[in-house]
Every structure is written in structure tokens, then in C-alpha cells.
Design a protein around this ligand. Sequence first.
Ligand code: 48F
Length: 262
Amino acid sequence: MPELNEVTITRAIVDRFFKKLSDNLELDVAIVGGGPSGLVAAAHLASKGYKTAIFERKLSIGGGIWGGGMLFNEIVVQADAKRILEDFGIRVTRFEDNYFTADAIETATVLAASAVQAGATILNCITVEDVIMRPNRVIGLVIIWSAVEIAGLHVDPLAVRARYIVDATGHDTEVVKVVHKKVPGKLMTPSGNIEGEKSMWSEEAEKLTLDNTREVFPGLFVAGMAANATFGGPRMGPIFGGMLLSGEKVAQLIDQRLKEEK
Ligand code: 48F
């Protein structure tokens, strides 16, 4: 066996990574945030053949899944959403009546693996700090290494185009905030502004998450907790069914839209 060459190892990483980045500069769908809603959306869209990438600020994807509730790594889903976990091959156990549980680690890893194996690209350690705009529409994302953001360095970002964007950034609803602040035009919310997340009410929040999963500005959809934060729904606490159903719904809505445009 020839001796391992450090430079070849380095070149393999550099070449392959930049090919991956370059291959994902023009997307059908760019998803911001790799939590439960973003991962489910990515898996569905990629499996339908759409060029899909997730941009995730953190080193690890999975968002709020890993810690279950208060760092206790079990998640709860209600009966309506159980089939989504099962469709991904995640083992679900009945707790009582309408309540089911799954291991948080199994959930995060299987959802992530499913998205990648369906053909989605996950670009972690990349923060979305802005959008690309045209009159009356957003058409892409402005991205920066999370390390640059954390270090507070004065460095210009890069840009990625996408036919549709999904804000799946959770409670912080970061893409919608940027659009509201910097892009001329009104959000498709009752007030035209971000309505803001309300305090905990699990039943209502789970229902509303699904209703609130929709387009909020031309070219931009919201999913998961970002949908409730944008349209003024309550938080639900550590029950994840609404997040999974929201990821599925946003994929269906975008699929429909992309088909209509063909
Ligand atoms: O928060 P998160 O898990 O979003 P979600 O899919 O699910 C919410 C639940 O986890 C939980 C809940 C109960 O069910 O309410 O909170 O709505 O994942 C959001 C991901 O987006 C990333 C963030 O690091 C997290 O992994 N993120 C946030 N802002 C940005 C971002 C950004 N500007 N650029 C890239 N990633």
C-alpha cells in the first residue's frame, strides 16, 4: 500500500466540497434550517426529483429534536403524525391514547439520512443572513460561514438562487424577519407584519402550525415553528407532530407550484 499523502487527503476534501457547493448554487428549493420541519420537507422534495438543499447554521442538523423536552431525549407525537415517523422507518411506541413516543436520536439521524439519501444536500455551518430580491419576489439566499458570523469578522457573503425558499428556522423565523425588514412589500399575514409567537397551547398550536404552513411572501414559504411565529400561533412545547406534518405540507405546496410552472 502506498503511504497516505496528507495533501491528497486535503485535496479530496477541498475538491469534493467545492463541487458540492457549486452544484447547489441554483436550486429548485432552498430550505433554511435543518430541524424536523426542514428535514421532512427536504426528504419529500428531493424524492420528487427537485434540486433541494438545506442550509443549517449549526454543525449538527436536527434542530430541536435532539434534546426532546428539557434535554430528555424522547419526542412525543400525536396519532395524526405517527405515520410520518413510521414511513421513515423510525420506531414509534404508544404511550397512551393519542400519544406516541420515539427516540430523539433515532428521529434526528433517520430524518437526516433520509433527506440526504433522497438526494437533498445538507450544507451545515452555513448561516443565511439575507435574501436576494427582485421586484415583488425573493429569488435566493445570501449565505455566510457560521464561523465568520460567530467571529464577527467583516467578510462579504455569497449568494445562492432558488425558485422557492422555505423558512424552517424555528422560533426565530430568521428569513421572514429579513424579508420584513429589508424587502419592499408586505407579508401575507393579517397585519402585513410578523404576528409573533404566542405562549404555550399545545392543541391549538399543533393545528395552527399546519394552517400557517404556507407562502408568506412571493417565493418564500414558512414551515414548522417559524410558521406559527410568523402568523401569530402559540408554541406547542415538546410535541413534534405538527413539525413533521408541516414539513410534509410545505413540500406538497411547493411541488404543486413547481408543477404549475412547468
Ligand atoms: O428549531 P428547529 O428544530 O425548527 P422546527 O423544524 O422545529 C421546532 C421544534 O424543534 C421545537 C418545537 C416543538 O416541536 O417548537 O422547537 O420549526 O430547527 C431550526 C433550525 O434552523 C437553524 C437552527 O440552527 C436550527 O437547527 N437556523 C436558524 N436560523 C438559521 C438557521 C439561519 N439564519 N441560517 C441557517 N440555519
